[in-house]
Design a protein around this ligand. Structure first.
Ligand SMILES: [Ca+2]
Ligand SMILES: [Ca+2]
Ligand SMILES: [Ca+2]
Ligand SMILES: [Zn+2]
Length: 355
């Protein structure tokens, strides 16, 4: 591979983000109270359901938050703290009450992605409809920069569907999402908790909401290819880091399972315990540099800040010129959760045009 300089890697930032994230993660993953409190929330009074998918693509008109634009140029991109205009902010809107610990898990997941997506995008002012039936708008005012409606509520009882997640409205300016939704079945939280995978599931689903596997082929993006034969990821940065991690050829995308599983995850049989495969393994499921770098391919101002991930050096990928070669399976998932079979990844229903 020809070595190229990676001009976007600012190591000061990487270090800063690393410190921030490691603090967050230590706090987040080892706290027994998280485990104790999951699934204890009292049953909501109201039936929560997603609004039916409209027949036609919805276009919303909104405006740019002009006067705050200049401020963004003066702020440092990695400045920590609350919402601001100098960095990429993920806002969470819990439409039904959650426990403090559940809220913390979601906040930590958002913070994790904010360690990767660091570059601000313009805030947008407008009215963004809720993804749920009978709820006030997801946003009525300024969105800085991405709002996710979250509900933990009954869906179909224990088993079956675990959750539904995806982007909802997309910014026309850059084809990045402005709003998204994460809807989890309260009756499955105890099970996730027993496996010790609740936090990882939330980070995984938030990845879909941000566009992993859901916006690869949105608009004029062409990050997913070989769908009919041997699907692979065509994004430049994701592939650079696939190779840096030890992979050969091109990064394989999942080719088995139903819609949403296939073509929406990295290939389980090759990437094993990477977080954005469809099967979450017991133990570690690192969010690798590959996934982090792939956010850059989507168009985010992202840094390839990932966790330690052990891919076997020389792991074969997809050769798009040879339709007959399928990368061999490198591992049998021993135990874990077939997350992809139990999640529904949602595709956007509309876009936001900014005047
Ligand atoms: Ca911001
Ligand atoms: Ca369920
Ligand atoms: Ca896996
Ligand atoms: Zn998934």
């Amino acid at each position: 591979m020809k070595r190229k300089a990676l001009p976007y890697v600012n190591f000061g930032r990487v270090l800063c983000a690393a410190l921030l994230c490691s603090v967050l993660f230590t706090a987040c993953t080892e706290d027994p109270e998280v485990i104790a409190s999951l699934g204890e929330e009292a049953a909501p009074q109201q039936i929560i359901q997603l609004a039916p998918r409209p027949d036609k693509w919805v276009t919303i008109h909104a405006s740019k938050e002009e006067e705050l634009e200049d401020l963004s140029k003066k702020r440092r991109a990695t400045q920590a703290g609350g919402p601001d205009r100098g960095r990429f902010n993920i806002s969470l809107k819990f439409i039904v009450p959650v426990t403090e610990e559940q809220e913390r898990v979601f906040n930590d997941a958002a913070a994790r992605w904010e360690c990767i997506i660091i570059k601000d995008v313009p805030s947008i002012t407008g009215t963004i409809p809720s993804a749920f039936v009978g709820f006030p708008p997801a946003a009525d005012g300024t969105v800085d920069d991405f709002i996710i409606e979250v509900a933990l509520a009954p869906i179909d009882g224990p088993g079956g569907i675990l959750g539904q997640a995806g982007p909802v409205y997309i910014r026309n300016s850059d084809n990045l999402p402005l709003s998204g939704v994460m809807f989890f079945d309260v009756d499955d939280l105890a099970f996730l908790d027993e496996l010790g995978l609740f936090e990882e599931v939330i980070i995984h689903e938030m990845g879909h909401v941000l566009g992993v596997g859901t916006l690869w082929d949105y608009g004029d993006r062409d990050l997913l290819r070989g769908e009919e034969t041997n699907p692979y990821y065509a994004g430049k940065l994701g592939n650079i880091f696939w190779k840096l991690e030890g992979g050969r050829k091109l990064l394989p995308v999942e080719d088995t399972g139903g819609p949403g599983t296939a073509l929406g995850h990295w290939r389980e049989s090759v990437l094993g315990n990477e977080l954005m495969t469809g099967f979450l393994n017991l133990g570690e499921n690192p969010l690798s540099h590959i996934t982090a770098a792939s956010m850059r391919d989507l168009g985010y101002g992202a840094i390839p800040f990932g966790e330690r991930y052990d891919l076997e050096r020389g792991t074969p990928g997809v050769d798009p010129n040879d339709e007959n070669t399928t990368p061999p399976d490198i591992e049998d998932p021993a135990a874990g959760i077939d997350l992809a079979a139990r999640e529904i990844t949602l595709r956007p229903i509309g876009s936001v045009e900014v005047k």
